[in-house]
Write a protein that binds this ligand. Structure first.
Ligand code: AMP
Length: 381
């Protein structure tokens, strides 16, 4: 592959969801074509891409056909199995590297990597049997969170243990998958940093943002996070350390907790565009999606500057999606819809961004008012 990737080259993106859709739109602006690998016909990403291969993510013939059609391969979805990743990497450059994807797919590998890199996390122990769970609970104390090591997202594949008696039921629900027990962090805030890193080590990080969840699904992102500067510095230093230690070429989101003592602990990392970076489309000269494409294409990385403060609100499920006409009629709301045919409960259908002058992010009532028909957030403290 010649770098930088020349205009009209084809970027292969694994995954057909909204992250692929917004990456493909950013790639198109930079003069690239995207080819999507997805299981779905008419996926959100393939609706705006030049081409798509419809295939299972571990079907060798599908992966081969996809690789043959592209110049470089990246991801919006990181759960391709190890053999699939190796096959893709044997055919075309894969960025971020398969090793990074493998690390982020598995919570035990991820936490082992983070500890080795000197990055703080919640205390944790791997759990394979009920006896190991009892021993882990005795070591870490309660409350604690039991999670599947793989394929968990939006609170799926995890259980909160409050009392010793909760262990048996939680283990029965989540086993026989490999599990991890994490000490419960009584966090004051959840924050994240999205950063890009190029092949030459160039690094560009967006401002730290604050994330509010509802029913385990991201509801709001506030940019910038309302945190003291020392907390911000910890978060930014951690993101840099993670990106460098991974040898990342691409984009990375680092999700973190701020604990009661102002200490920043990493929850998880995602080597791809992230929901908590959607605000960058409207509030930054170059969005997370543009930085993702630039990093994998070997283009220069601009500074990840912000020209406005922003609130991003997800549109989740049928109730919020039903507000679409009212959203369109509300001045100041910047609408994004992902082209999904069916608004199932809990499904991310789109998002809305509201910009504020830099330094003028309002408090909870101001944010609620600014979201107009979406002024739902009792979640905002
Ligand atoms: P995850 O799937 O790991 O991103 O977890 C989903 C959500 O569960 C997080 O955003 C937190 O709100 C909560 N959570 C996960 N792990 C912990 C933990 N160790 N302590 C406290 N809350 C947690």
């Amino acid at each position: 592959m010649t770098l930088p990737l020349p205009p009209n080259a084809t970027i292969g993106l694994v995954g057909g969801g909204q992250l692929g859709r917004m990456s493909a739109l950013a790639a198109a602006r930079l003069g690239y074509r995207c080819h999507i690998l997805t299981r779905e016909r008419d996926s959100p990403a393939s609706q705006v891409a030049a081409a798509a291969t419809i295939s299972d993510y571990h079907a060798p013939e599908g992966l081969r056909a996809f690789a043959a059609a592209v110049d470089v391969i990246s991801f919006e979805f990181e759960n391709v199995d190890a053999e699939g990743l190796d096959l893709l990497a044997s055919l075309k450059p894969v960025r971020p590297s398969p090793a990074i994807l493998r690390t982020s797919q598995d919570r035990v590998l991820e936490k082992t990597f983070l500890s080795a890199a000197g990055v703080p996390t919640a205390p944790w122990l791997p759990v394979a049997t009920l006896d190991e769970l009892h021993a882990a609970v005795a070591r870490l104390g309660l409350p604690a969170v039991l999670k599947t090591t793989r394929l968990g997202y939006d609170g799926k594949g995890q259980a909160l243990l409050r009392h010793t008696g909760d262990s048996v039921a939680a283990f029965a629900t989540l086993s026989p998958k490999p599990l991890i027990l994490e000490g419960f962090i009584d966090f004051s805030q959840e924050i994240s940093v999205v950063a890009a890193r190029g092949e030459d080590g160039a690094y560009s990080a967006f401002d730290t943002v604050e994330n509010r969840h509802r029913n385990h699904i991201l509801d709001l992102t506030l940019a910038p996070a309302r945190i003291p500067e020392p907390v911000n510095q910890q978060a930014q230093a951690i993101a840099r350390r993670v990106a460098d230690a991974l040898g990342l070429v691409g984009l990375l989101a680092v999700e973190m907790f701020v604990d009661a003592h102002g200490r920043v602990l990493v929850n998880e990392i995602a080597p791809r565009p992230h929901n908590s970076g959607h605000w960058t489309i409207d509030a930054c000269p170059a969005s997370q999606f543009e930085l993702h494409i630039r990093a994998i294409a070997g283009l220069p990385l601009p500074a990840a500057t912000r020209h406005a403060d922003a609130v991003m609100k997800n549109l989740v499920g049928p109730e919020e999606t039903a507000l679409w006409p009212a959203i369109l009629a509300t001045p100041g709301l910047i609408p994004h819809l992902y082209g999904k045919a069916e608004a199932r409960p809990g499904r991310k259908m789109g998002h809305v961004t509201r910009l504020f002058p830099k330094g003028a992010l309002p408090g909870k009532f101001g944010i609620a008012a600014a979201l107009g028909p979406l002024h739902t957030p009792p979640v905002l403290a």
